[in-house]
Each structure stands twice: as structure tokens, then as C-alpha cells.
Design a protein around this ligand. Structure first.
Ligand SMILES: *Cc1c(COP(=O)(O)O)cnc(C)c1O
Length: 354
């Protein structure tokens, strides 16, 4: 029986993505070949990747004359390095909202000065820093839009005159935002886009002009753009799953409708956490993530028992990140409101019996 999967990533995807991608492993669209064996330079794959680019622009509402879309390898972690190698000429600003920001900062330091313009570290990343003052010229300002591990999320983005760059790995395509405020967006696919192995990068053409350093081809955005994401063999299967998932997003009414459902799911769960005295949330109410809901169990309740009850009810993937503890329930696009209702019922039952 299929489990209810609240994993933080790789995570649940819509059933239609599982179905169509597994069919394509056997045979892609009746062409007599598997998606795993066609050439990445074939006409068929060109259609797939070019359609995936078009759908990325359609979902985000960005224009192809202003933005480039790339499908790269190395995960979001590789983007930490790529962003800095391409654009950190002197000084860059980073907002530190948790583990992923810290990793981005560490990589950037190989290339130039990094200023942590704000940090939530003082309170173990349970909030999003506001009213950020930036006193000097920055090559760019980097944020992590959703803090997957601690469960906080930017609901308003910092205003800056510098180019704005975001790691959106865990909340891209989950809500309607003005994507044109960003000069570069990157996201590992394995949370809300498709199968692990590919990283989506969306980049403003104006930003590209600011690359001053000579860098190796594999690190150069311009090189990957010139080669249309085919500088080396791309992860063809992962890209195909992204295409299937983006089709699903548009068929489901686009991110406006998906956002409504995501808010509804998150409200239901936070409401239970706040009203059920067995549980408490980790993050400041106004900064809570609608994608990764983190919480703990109050002392006089037995968390082992809660774990067991969840397992018995076929619920999977709710343990908190090893660095935070407690619980983390990830509510990515493919999670249905029904799955959240089942969890909430268990929480209520646990309160009575726990
Ligand atoms: C999961 C995650 C990453 C790591 O992505 P990789 O593709 O494994 O490198 C980075 N940033 C955020 C915000 C994440 O959620």
C-alpha cells in the first residue's frame, strides 16, 4: 500500500508523474526507445527540454527575452559555488536563515568578501530577519526563500538595489510571487519540481553582463546558456519528470490555485499544533513555512508513542532534521489536504491517549 509521504526531499510527487515517468522508462511516447536510452541531442529530447523551459516561464510568468532557463547538475549545493564564481567580484551580502544559507556563505567565501547582512542564528533560526539595512554596494544579495530544516519562510522579500538571488529549492512553484524581483533563482528539483538529479536555474540576462571573472566552462552560466543546457549530458530522466510535473501544475490551475491549497493544508496543521496541548511549534507565527512545518511534543507526552501511531496509520517521513529534532511535516504540492486531515486526526487521538 502506498504510504502518506511527508518527507522533506526527495519527496512526494503527483501520481501522474510516477505513472507517466515509469511508462517512459519502458517506452517513451511510442517511439520504440526508453527515455533512459535516447540521445540527449535527439529531436525527441530537444522537444522535452525546450517544453520544460517554456513551462518554467509560463508558471513563473517570466519573459523569454529577459530570463534564461537552465537545467544543470550538482544540486542546489553546486549553485552556491556557481553563483559566487560568476558574480562575486568584490562583496556579496547573504541573509543567514539556517543551514542552507550557511553552506552558501561558506562556498561564496572562496571567491570574495561575504557580509552576513542579517542572521536568525541568535534564536536558532526560528524567525526571519526584517528591516535589513545594507550599508555598502553589493554584487548581489542572496537569500534562502524557505528554510527547509528549521521551517521558516520569507513571506515578504527584502528590498534591495543589488541583484537579488534566491535558493528556492523547497518552495518554488508553491506560491504566487513576483518572480521578476529576482535576478537569479535556483532550486534542486527533488522537492517541488521533479526527480532528484537536476537543478533548475532561472537567470536574468542583465545579470549575466556582470560576470567579470574568467571561469572554467562547467561553472559558467553563459557557457551553459550558449549550449542550451547541453554542454555535457544532462540528467534526461530527471528533466522529463520536471516536464511531467510542470504539466500537472498547469493542469491543476497553476500556482495560484496550488498556493490556495498549500495555505489551507498549512493552516489546518498549524491550527492543530496551536490548539493541541501535546504539541508546540518551533517558529514565530508570522514566519512559519507553508512547506515545512516543524514542531515538538510537550514534556508530559510520549513522542515514541506518537511515532508509533503515525507508523501504524501509514504515515511516513515526519522526523525532524537531525540538527533540529522534533518533527517536520513537509507539505509540498503533491500532498493532498486529505493526508493532512489524517495526520491531524492522529494528533487529536494522541492528545487524548498520549
Ligand atoms: C534541499 C535543499 C538544498 C540542497 O539541495 P541539493 O540539491 O541536495 O544540493 C539546498 N537548499 C535548500 C533550501 C534545500 O531545501
Amino acid at each position: 500500500m502506498k504510504k502518506i509521504n511527508f518527507n522533506a526531499g526527495p519527496s512526494a510527487l503527483p501520481n501522474v508523474v510516477f505513472k507517466k515517468s515509469s511508462e517512459a522508462i519502458k517506452e517513451l511516447d511510442g517511439i520504440g526507445l526508453s527515455i533512459l536510452e535516447i540521445s540527449h541531442r535527439s529531436k525527441k529530447f530537444s522537444e522535452i527540454i525546450s517544453r520544460a523551459k517554456d513551462l518554467t516561464l509560463e508558471i513563473t510568468g517570466l519573459e523569454s527575452n529577459e530570463y534564461e532557463v537552465l537545467f544543470l547538475q550538482g544540486g542546489a549545493s553546486h549553485q552556491y559555488l556557481m553563483v559566487a564564481s560568476n558574480f562575486l567580484n568584490n562583496t556579496a551580502g547573504y541573509i543567514n536563515t539556517g543551514t542552507w544559507s550557511e553552506k552558501a556563505i561558506a562556498e561564496a567565501k572562496f571567491y570574495g568578501n561575504v557580509i552576513e547582512v542579517a542572521s536568525s542564528k541568535d534564536k536558532n533560526h526560528t524567525y526571519i530577519p526584517k528591516d535589513i539595512k545594507i550599508s555598502c554596494d553589493l554584487d548581489y544579495l542572496h537569500i534562502t526563500s524557505n528554510n527547509t530544516i528549521f521551517g521558516s519562510q520569507f513571506h515578504e522579500f527584502p528590498r534591495t538595489d543589488s541583484p537579488l538571488i534566491a535558493d528556492m529549492s523547497s518552495d518554488i512553484f508553491s506560491r504566487k510571487i513576483d518572480f521578476s524581483k529576482f535576478d537569479l533563482i535556483y532550486a534542486g528539483a527533488q522537492k517541488n519540481i521533479g526527480a532528484a538529479g537536476v537543478t533548475l536555474v532561472i537567470i536574468n540576462k542583465e545579470l549575466l553582463k556582470k560576470n567579470k571573472r574568467k571561469i572554467p566552462s562547467i561553472l559558467s552560466y553563459q557557457n551553459h546558456i550558449d549550449k542550451q543546457s547541453l554542454y555535457n549530458t544532462p540528467p534526461v530522466f530527471s528533466i522529463y519528470t520536471c516536464l511531467l510535473n510542470m504539466n500537472w501544475i498547469l493542469k491543476s490551475g497553476g500556482i495560484e490555485l496550488i498556493e490556495k491549497q498549500n495555505i489551507e493544508k498549512a493552516k489546518l496543521l498549524y491550527n492543530e499544533i496551536d490548539n493541541n496541548d501535546a504539541f508546540y511549534g518551533f517558529v514565530n507565527n508570522s514566519d512559519r513555512s507553508n512547506m515545512n512545518v516543524t514542531f515538538g511534543i510537550n514534556k508530559n507526552y510520549n513522542s515514541e508513542k506518537f511515532n508509533e501511531m503515525c507508523l501504524k496509520n501509514n504515515i511516513h517521513g515526519i522526523n525532524g532534521h537531525r540538527s533540529v529534532g522534533g518533527f517536520r511535516v513537509s507539505l509540498y504540492n503533491a500532498i493532498s489536504i486529505n493526508s493532512v486531515k489524517i495526520l491531524v486526526e492522529i494528533m487529536q487521538k494522541f492528545n487524548k491517549e498520549g
